[in-house]
Write a protein that binds this ligand. Structure first.
Ligand code: FES
Length: 173
């Protein structure tokens, strides 16, 4: 039973099993496969149009472009703007610029981990919140800064984090 649940979840998360998304993926590959640097161009377009590049998509791209899958993996892991899982509905970013880092970002990330159970680069299992780190957002005088969706929130403290996250969390009890 548990296995069945898992496989249906994986299928939902795999754009290659969705006819509309697969058509988009095929079109992107078709339009770009003969360009110089096709691997990078295709992956970039997939990230922009599908929102992430799953393991299955990476294998599919490698097959279609006839390049080693290790090269595709290499590109995906080298550039931080690629994500391999669907993004959450909301995004919480922690500024890792010097002022924020020194001002306490690591403690904020630790607190977020306790509250949400995920680390930067991951999304909560309910698909609601993606946690990320980011570069300086230009609000250093208010360090440490977090960005929830598009809202920059300065002078953040670990004990203030729960109330900020509550605004976007799905309450299930
Ligand atoms: S270092 Fe965080 S806003 Fe500049």
């Amino acid at each position: 039973m548990a296995n069945e649940d898992l496989s249906s979840k994986v299928a939902i998360n795999d754009p290659l099993t969705d006819p509309t998304q697969k058509a988009i993926i095929d079109q992107i590959i078709e339009e770009n496969k003969t360009r110089p640097g096709a691997t990078m161009v295709v992956l970039n377009e997939l990230q922009a149009n599908i929102g992430f590049v799953s393991e299955e998509m990476q294998q599919y791209v490698a097959e279609k472009l006839q390049v080693p899958v290790s090269r595709v993996h290499g590109v995906i892991s080298f550039y931080s703007f690629f994500t391999t899982t669907p993004r959450g509905k909301h995004t919480v970013k922690f500024c890792m610029g010097t002022a924020c880092y020194v001002g306490g970002t690591p403690a904020l990330i630790e607190k977020a981990k306790q509250i949400l159970g995920v680390e930067p680069g991951q999304t909560t299992p309910d698909g609601n919140i993606t946690v990320e780190v980011c570069r300086c957002v230009g609000a250093c005088s208010q360090a440490p800064v977090i960005v929830i969706d598009d809202e920059v929130i300065g002078r953040m403290k670990p004990n203030r984090l729960p109330q900020e996250l509550k605004k976007i969390q799905i309450v299930t009890e």
